[in-house]
Design a protein around this ligand. Sequence first.
Ligand code: BMA
Length: 328
Amino acid sequence: MAKIINGAPLPNIPWQDRPAGCDDVVWRYDANPIIPRNPAKGCARVFNSAVVPWGDEYIGVFRADHTVVTPALHVGHSKDGINWEIDPTPIDWRDENGEPFASTYYYDPRVTWLEDAYYIVWCTDDHGPVLGLGKTNDFKSFTRLPNTTLPFNRNGVPFPRKVNGKYLMLNRPSDDGHTPFGNIWLSESPDLVYWGKHKLVMARGTDLWWESTKIGAGNVPIETDEGWLVFYHGVVNTCNGFVYSFGAVLLDLEDPSKVLYRGKEYLITPEKDYETTGFVPNVCFPCATLVDADTGRIAIYYGAADTYVALAFTTVDDVVKYLKENHQ
Ligand code: BMA
């Protein structure tokens, strides 16, 4: 049995058992999507968002595309991880001196507890898309640290702890458009300010068409006794545009630039109406997981069609078993 390590029990994790007769590794919540259109004044669509436990409730940083279409980050609260209240006011980012540190746009946040605070990585604007970094302790005041990359990089995922004394971040160098290429890289930092020693973790899978255009890490890696478990999106280009599915990979615990098992097939691909139809059709984009270290249950939060937040479930044992038996 694969186990989650260094994780906490989460007895009230959002959960539904695998439906009878279903042998999928990952299965959807049957009342998806959990966040509908226009969930707060001025927020037209909320998707690609990150949630964490908060006492015995949940809190998160949500990507909200406003009614001018530009994306911003908003805090959201939930008692059960399923029903969410999105604050109508965006996060007011300040620099380390308390001065406003605003950007034109903010999207695809990831959140993790890391030593002394909740850290947030997202894509933001500095003469092109870069990865922003910020932190909070109360989800009321938010401090921005220096951006972590040069342009262009639009997909960043922090690790929940230092590995071999270094902070780590998965990321994807890209362009300033809708990037028709992209591989997953690992960058390290001694202090969360200077980032380097960039290493390629894995390249898009040219022979496996579901991930042949680009790939990008999804959730903050889950530490298991078999390796770091990461759900990642894989994109195929078609005559009607990109299709975003997601699969999973296990990375080496001591050196996460090493791939142990990379799944062959997607685990979720756009099939349901809320995934195939919306502002951007055919997108399933994971940004966060909740885990219960006692049972190994995993709740995956993914953006659907750049319009909704949806939820899917699996267990660490199910995914690890699948990856060992069906890897590339
Ligand atoms: C990516 C990002 C995501 C988005 C996806 C599909 O490049 O912009 O936020 O979900 O495209 O539109």
